[in-house]
Design a protein around this ligand. Structure first.
Ligand code: FO1
Length: 301
């Protein structure tokens, strides 16, 4: 069982795909949003595309070899084009939005996508309810995609909120999958925008706490900065230093061990006080061989 966010998670999923065979992914949905009348679910799509072998591994999102002609035409018609929807990627969003219009749940639609794209693993969006990460800036609150993609993560951040967290119920099958898991893996995902929203969904945190599974996290930080993405700025905004130690504090009570880079080996003792054993090794997945190696270590940690 794997808890996954976006681009950082995809690398580990790719490694796990070959090593672990069939497993379940619970995917973050708090960066989902409506755009051009379509419902976009970036983390769900990154997981599905990666497990289907269709992902653009260089960009970390979208489909390999995709083109952007539709976006060009939208620009010509004076529409917003800050979110790069590829021509083939658009098919996913059209399919999802159409199925939603027919009353299908996000979980059902994702299962259909997996079946049709030949994905052997199960991908379960953490909730079918509204759950969205909003970033509070000096000029007001904005959706995570608006902050990160439209504004390139530049605005000063004052806080982070998960809109809808009070009422978000777990998607069908999520709790059962957690309860049945022998191992729960926290991908090296942004803790603030990917893992924490999933933990805010009713019952998910509690299932992980009570689970007797081996619980392993891969740190998304190396030496005081995130490997990718806006995690550093957002962690500071919620009063935490961007470090592996701070991530272990966020995951207190949820994990047995955390894989950290040698640059973070000095946190081992402090992490132990947070209840997590530090497993020091190479966590930077620069090559496909690194992804496989880390997946093996995660499966034996
Ligand atoms: N991320 C970007 O930084 N720029 C983009 O233009 C962009 C387009 C995009 C299109 C489809 C999709 O599924 C994801 C896309 N992403 C893009 C990634 C995404 O916004 C974030 O990286 C994830 O939400 C992080 O979890």
């Amino acid at each position: 069982m794997v808890l996954a966010g976006g681009t950082g998670s995809a690398k580990l999923l790719r490694g796990l795909k070959g090593e672990a065979g069939e497993f379940t992914v619970i995917s973050n949905v708090a960066d989902n949003f409506w755009h051009h009348g379509l419902y976009i679910a970036p983390d769900v799509d990154i997981a599905v595309y990666t497990l289907a072998g269709l992902e653009d591994a260089v960009r970390g999102w979208g489909l390999r070899g995709d083109t952007f002609n539709s976006l060009g035409q939208l620009a010509r018609m004076g529409e917003e084009t800050w979110f790069n929807l590829g021509d083939r990627d658009l098919a996913t969003h059209i399919f999802r939005t159409e199925q939603m219009g027919r009353g299908k749940r996000l979980g059902e639609i994702t299962a259909m996508m997996c079946a049709r794209l030949g994905v052997r693993q199960r991908v379960i969006p953490c909730t079918d309810d509204r759950l969205e990460t909003y970033v509070t800036t000096r000029t007001g609150a904005m959706h995570l995609q608006e902050f990160w993609v439209k504004n390139r993560g530049e605005p000063e951040v004052e806080g982070v909120e998960y809109r809808g967290e009070e009422g978000a119920k777990p998607e069908r099958g999520a709790i059962e999958a957690l309860d049945a898991a022998e191992r729960i893996v926290f991908c090296p995902a942004n803790p603030v925008t990917s893992i924490m929203p999933m933990l805010a969904v009713g019952g998910i945190r509690e299932s992980i706490v009570r689970s007797r599974a081996r619980k392993v996290a891969v740190s998304p930080m190396v030496g005081g900065a995130p490997v990718t993405g806006p995690a550093g700025k957002l962690m500071r905004a919620i009063g935490l230093e961007p470090s592996s130690l701070a991530v272990s504090k966020l995951y207190r009570g949820l994990i047995d061990c955390m894989m950290v880079d040698p640059a973070d080996a000095h946190y081992a003792e402090a992490m132990r006080a947070e209840g997590a054993r530090a497993v020091v090794g190479s966590i930077l997945m620069r090559t496909p061989a690194d992804e496989v190696q880390l997946a093996r270590e995660v499966l034996s940690a």
